[in-house]
Design a protein around this ligand. Structure first.
Ligand SMILES: [Fe+2]
Length: 197
């Protein structure tokens, strides 16, 4: 079981950072960015935790611009595409893990993190509530189809930016409401994505 704290860190474009805490208190920070004071506050409010990892969904500057500040008060290894393998499990204490899923499209180094109990999927700039990231349309289409086909509808999608009516939504809800996730052919997706890019 995981607790997910979504932190509105501001930043260039309504970024989210996340504090993810397993039932035995192992904590990961996903995308240390924006106002590091808000990340520190979230940690203070979280109670007793053990730092396990700092995870990057990709290396765009707006998702990691508070990394150095966060490392001063959260001592954990920094992980991302460069030092993680596809489908690798990141240990989050007894019986808990986050799975790494390579997700090329928005950038070559985009990754998703899935809570091992299928309660949460952290999607960075790959999938937002109302839209998707810019980038390589064909690669992104295949990544989105992978998401649609491989994760349960009840999994909650936590994106890297606050783009949408709600801060987070289940995959089942997004399959109905997100125009890009609804594109089931590459031709339709290319057209929609081209208009956005
Ligand atoms: Fe990005």
């Amino acid at each position: 079981m995981f607790r997910v704290i979504q932190i509105p860190v501001g930043g260039l474009d309504h970024n989210w950072s996340y504090l993810v805490i397993s039932s035995d208190g192992c904590a990961a920070i996903i995308d240390p960015c924006g106002d590091s004071g808000k990340i520190r506050d979230a940690l203070m409010n979280a109670g007793n935790i053990t730092p396990a990892a700092i995870l990057l969904t990709h290396a765009h500057r707006d998702h990691m611009d508070a990394l150095n500040d966060v490392l001063e008060f959260f001592h954990a290894p920094v992980m991302g595409y460069r030092n993680l393998n596809n489908h690798q499990h990141i240990d989050m204490g007894k019986d808990n893990y986050l799975e790494v899923i390579y997700a090329p499209g928005h950038s070559y180094d985009s990754v998703l993190y899935r809570a091992g109990d299928d309660s949460a999927l952290f999607t960075g700039d790959t999938l937002f509530v109302d839209c998707v990231g810019f980038g390589d349309s064909d690669a992104l289409f295949h990544t989105l189809r992978y998401i649609a086909d491989n994760f349960p509808d009840h999994i909650t999608v936590y994106p890297g930016h606050d783009y949408g009516d709600v801060p987070a939504a289940t995959l089942g809800e997004l399959k109905k409401s997100n125009l890009f996730l609804r594109c089931t052919t590459i031709e339709r997706f290319r057209r929609a994505h081209r208009m956005m890019n």
